[in-house]
Design a binder for this molecule. Structure first.
Ligand code: ADP
Ligand code: MG
Length: 281
């Protein structure tokens, strides 16, 4: 049994207080967990704003390097990825989906160009025909098609559609891991569940693992296999999603849960059902 991804005592500091200050904050403080290579799962990282979630995402994507500890993906220490060939091979296997699709897609570039670019760079498509075929396959996976988005600009699509295009783009290289940083927080509430369900089908049908970063306990509870709860860079609770979110033990997780759900357990499960129903309509 080998790990797809392992974080081993990962710490990331950021300087605070200006150029000549020696002070720093621990954005991520001694975080360890691993994803099994043989069993795709949805792994949620939950926490309020500023808890270090995006910093972990950036390190998983190789965009930030930890100050101490290691991130090992598929047997390779991400900090040791140096040359372009190594970087391209890594990026094909670990793909991001970001929070705001309207920021991820330049308003002056047609959205299909992003798909074609990824198909060329990471999936060996050279002709327009090849790029269109690969893009269309990925779009079909997320409930869209090439015909629907061809030649369109981002402002001509809804947030939900655009986030689906972002997921489709991420699928083109056939990644092993998708790192989705708050992927539904900018999406209209009525479309959230459909995108969240899409992640589940990708796990089950494509066997891709998903890091699902969110501050929303309800969707984390609904789709995740495992969850960690973070506060100020520290993992304060971890385990099976149901176990952790049904019975949080740390005061912060209890407070987080009570902020979303009423404390009474009967009312709480009704609220989860309600949220699910409301969001699914
Ligand atoms: P989250 O995604 O959970 O909201 P972040 O990982 O973005 O949290 O941020 C964690 C902490 O690190 C915050 O205190 C934030 O202000 C700080 N931080 C994040 N990125 C930087 C940066 N590039 N420079 C300085 N501080 C940063
Ligand atoms: Mg963030």
């Amino acid at each position: 049994m080998s790990n797809l991804l392992e974080l081993d005592h990962v710490t990331k500091l950021y300087p605070v207080g200006g150029l000549f200050s020696r002070k720093s904050i621990k954005a991520v403080n001694d975080v360890s967990f691993s994803l099994d290579g043989d069993k795709p799962e949805i792994f949620a990282i939950v926490g309020e704003s500023g808890s270090g979630k995006s910093t972990i995402a950036k390190m998983m994507l190789g965009n930030e390097i930890p100050n101490s500890g290691r991130l090992v993906f598929d047997g390779v220490d991400i900090s040791n990825i140096r040359n372009r060939a190594q970087r391209e091979a890594f990026m094909a296997k670990v793909q991001p989906v970001f929070q705001n699709p309207f920021e991820a897609f330049n308003p002056l570039t047609r959205v299909d160009a992003y798909l074609f670019g990824t198909a060329h760079r990471f999936a060996g498509a050279n002709t327009l025909q090849e790029k269109e075929t690969l893009s269309d396959q990925a779009l079909q996976r997320v409930g869209l098609s090439m015909a629907e988005i061809k030649g369109r600009f981002s402002h001509e699509l809804s947030g939900g559609q655009l986030q689906r295009v972002a997921v489709a783009r991420a699928l083109i290289p056939s990644p092993k891991l998708i790192v989705a940083d708050e992927p539904v927080s900018m999406v209209d509430a009525s479309l959230r569940m459909s995108i969240v369900n899409l992640f589940r089908s990708l796990r089950d049908e494509l066997k891709v693992s998903i890091i699902y970063i969110t501050h929303d306990l309800a969707t984390a509870y609904y789709i995740s296999d495992r969850v960690i709860i973070m506060q100020k860079g520290v993992v304060i609770e971890s385990g099976g999603a149901r176990a952790v979110l049904d019975n949080p033990t740390h005061p912060y997780s209890i407070a987080l849960k009570n902020a979303v759900l009423p404390p009474d357990p009967k009312a709480a499960s009704a609220a989860i059902r309600l949220r699910g129903v409301r969001a699914a309509i």
